[in-house]
Design a protein around this ligand. Structure first.
Ligand code: XBP
Ligand code: MG
Length: 252
């Protein structure tokens, strides 16, 4: 196979549990501020997560759950403004420190840095959200740890389309067999698979029932030396947490 040169991370659900306590809450705050009586419960949000992208998700919600709704002006402008408002609320939540990184994420990123493994981000989420999360959880210089931060509307089609992973590989001048992807969702896995990238899935409550066929390993989190991961699919041997050495073996 290939020699491990880079790690590519999804953000929402993978670096941190941003959806339930971050984006969902921020959407509801934006709705209230815009005098809309919409409320996205945790279970409704689980259904809405089938659609990647906040703007796309609002549009889908209108079609499916509020078919009578008429915006005062142009619908696209309405959605863009509402989404901007939601992202402001998201940044506020992140700033309050209510969204920690998932188990093992900080350790793995720091060892990648030390060992000269290049890192990148491939996310459907908006760039401002990503930067806010990184700066709050890993420090103000942490965006520079990532050679490429590919986010939101930078590509025409969001996950499960392959565009974002194709874009990252091109920017880094890498072949698919030189990098490993970290994802939490089926849509993210599909996007990575379509360009031939090996993928480790760390599930969360929203995604644990999804189909992860073709993933190299499916675990509950990246683990720590003192906090072993649980394996849902794959055979990590005696390994109990994700380290760079372990990832090298996966790719080989
Ligand atoms: C994340 C998304 C995003 C976030 C919200 O998917 O689909 O839409 O839910 O962020 P992934 P925005 O983890 O696969 O990247 O509102 O900025 O889109
Ligand atoms: Mg995700």
């Amino acid at each position: 196979m290939g020699e491990l040169k880079a790690l590519i991370f999804d953000v929402d659900g993978t670096l941190a549990e941003t959806e339930r306590y971050g984006h969902r809450v921020a959407f509801n705050r934006a709705f209230a501020e815009a005098n809309l009586d919409w409320d996205w419960s945790e279970s409704l949000y689980g259904n809405l997560l089938e659609v990647s992208g906040g703007k796309e998700r609002i549009r889908y919600y209108l079609q499916q759950y509020q078919p009578q709704f008429q915006s005062s002006g142009n619908l696209l402008d309405f959605i863009v403004n509402l989404h901007q408002l939601k992202n402001q609320h998201f940044e506020q939540l992140v700033g309050q420190g209510v969204i920690p990184l998932r188990t093992g994420v900080k350790r793995l990123l720091e060892s990648a840095k030390v060992m000269g493994i290049r890192c990148a981000i491939a996310t459907t989420s908006s760039l401002t959200n990503v930067l806010a999360l990184l700066e709050k959880t890993l420090g103000v210089d942490s965006p520079s740890w990532f050679e490429v931060i590919a986010a939101g509307d930078i590509v025409p089609h969001k996950k499960p389309a392959a565009d974002i992973y194709q874009y990252v590989l091109e920017q880094m001048n890498l072949n698919p067999n030189q990098a490993l992807v970290f994802e939490d969702s089926q849509a993210g896995l599909q996007a990575a698979q379509q360009v031939g990238l090996s993928t480790i899935v760390t599930v969360n409550e929203y995604t644990q029932g999804q189909d992860f066929s073709g993933a190299n390993l499916v675990i509950n989190h990246l683990g720590e030396p003192e906090q072993p991961f649980q394996v849902l699919f794959g055979n990590p041997g005696h390994q109990t947490y994700v380290s760079i050495e372990f990832l090298r073996k996966i790719l080989n």
